[in-house]
Design a protein around this ligand. Structure first.
Ligand code: C5P
Length: 206
């Protein structure tokens, strides 16, 4: 059983994916971490983010087990990941790894931007999790504030709009509702409400 979860930045898809994975007893892969990992390696080496061949070489050699989540979160890394993720060669280099994860016996839950459309087009259940940009910015702003990051709400909203724009207009694997995808708008839902709605949609897809 493969569950594909896609959606824009700060839509809550990561939290939902984790809870669904626990609920259905499957392993979970947050594919955003792979793109963040590529950007992290380039930044650590002092190399530019705008060289597709360089970024693809890093992606091809990425060791999923070595990703240190604590160094991959944060605004700058999301922005950097969005830049390298627009290169087709980077996406291609990460495809095998994602498909191997999805292909484990018993299946898996993967979340990202192109899971239902490109990585696992034959997934058993596909959710497209979204919320209004203002609501997503408010959630991200609260989360940053709780971690002591004083970024103002307007700056968070501008970030989110810029990432939405870049992720939806790139030519390779843009953010789209995949064929067969069920849209879950969480604007008016709390985390438990969103989880209950997601389980209902997944159960209805199986
Ligand atoms: O989901 P997260 O915010 O961690 O993703 C960071 C960036 O990585 C996104 O803005 C997007 O550009 C890219 N990404 C992607 N495809 C995925 C997952 C993430 O292009 N499957």
């Amino acid at each position: 059983m493969i569950i594909a979860i896609d959606g824009p930045a700060a839509s809550g898809k990561g939290t939902l994916a984790k809870r669904l994975a626990a609920h259905y007893g499957r392993p979970h892969l947050d594919t955003g971490l792979l793109y963040r990992g590529v950007a992290r390696v380039l930044l650590d080496r002092g190399e530019p983010l705008d060289d597709p061949a360089l970024a693809a070489a890093v992606a091809g050699a990425l060791d999923m087990g070595a990703l240190d989540e604590s160094r991959l979160r944060g605004r700058e890394m999301g922005e950097a990941a969005s830049l390298v993720s627009a290169f087709p060669a980077v996406r291609g280099a990460l495809l095998d790894l994602q498909r191997r994860f999805a292909g484990q016996p018993g299946g898996a839950v993967l979340d990202g931007r192109d899971i239902g459309s490109v990585v696992c087009p034959d997934a058993h259940a596909k959710l497209f999790v979204t919320a209004s940009p203002e609501e997503r910015a408010a959630r991200r702003h609260r989360e940053l504030a709780s971690r002591g990051d004083p970024t103002p709400y307007e700056a968070v909203l501008a970030d989110i709009r810029r990432r939405d724009e870049r992720d939806s207009t790139r030519s390779t694997a843009p953010l789209v509702v995949p064929p067969g995808g069920r849209v879950l708008d969480t604007t008016a839902l709390d985390p438990d409400g969103a989880f209950a709605a997601a389980v209902a949609l997944v159960d209805a897809s199986l």
